[in-house]
Design a binder for this molecule. Sequence first.
Ligand code: AR6
Length: 254
Amino acid sequence: MGTIEVVLGDITRQRVDIIVTAANESLLGGGGVDGAIHRAAGPRLAEAGARLAPVEPGKAVATPAFDLAPVKHVIHTVGPVWEDGEQGEDLVLTSCYLNSLLLAEELEAESIAFPAIATGVHGFPAERAARIATMAVRSLPIIDEIRLVAFDEETSGLLREALAEPVREWCPTCGAAAIPLVNGCRLLPEARQALAAGAIGLGGFLLDDDTFPQWGCAQEHYWTNGERDECRNQVALNDAIAVTLGEDRGWSVP
Ligand code: AR6
């Protein structure tokens, strides 16, 4: 398993294979971190972005990093615009991190730097975003070096606190933070919608020892051990991972 670290500073100064930008659907650049990344990468970034636009919230696409070399790629992901927290914002923000990691793996990246997506212009509450960012990256440890880049002391503190929170259970196979498996009756509305749309499938399968697995991880390892964490955040994360990976891998409802 690789490293996850919090770095205080300017993301455009990070020497990593991939820098993630908190973009808008046009990929033409904007303010905040996106503006800084477009200035540092040069005008070819917007030209390349325009060819891939529009990008829906939660999705991620990659372009070369142009003048940001030796950075190889910029991944453009569009965070949720915060309304009241009840419009699926958590799910979309989680998907931003997971889709960026999946794309980075496809691009054979060994290191990646994320900004605090959606916490500026998009208005996502900083503490909630920090918990989602750390949970998401700990759940899909497929890139060796993951940097969460904070532009201010407060964000840095929140990310460090979230990373210091103990994980109840780790995957014994791949080292990811585990997800408690839930039954259909406990699915959140977002997951029910995803189920109806055929984006996720329900479990209900047996392990070799004839028990239902209590835990799973984003890389589809399942096991039974200890007590499940019933907390809402983890259930929401489970739903987000199922939706994101389900779309990526073409799962369907049995
Ligand atoms: N390095 C690291 N983090 C930074 C930097 C930097 N150079 N500059 C700002 N941040 P925001 P959003 C932090 O507003 O909320 C753009 O116009 C910043 O302090 O950049 O997802 C896009 O085009 C904050 O913590 O992104 C979209 O239209 C975090 O980056 C829209 O804004 C994210 O703030 C996206 O809004």
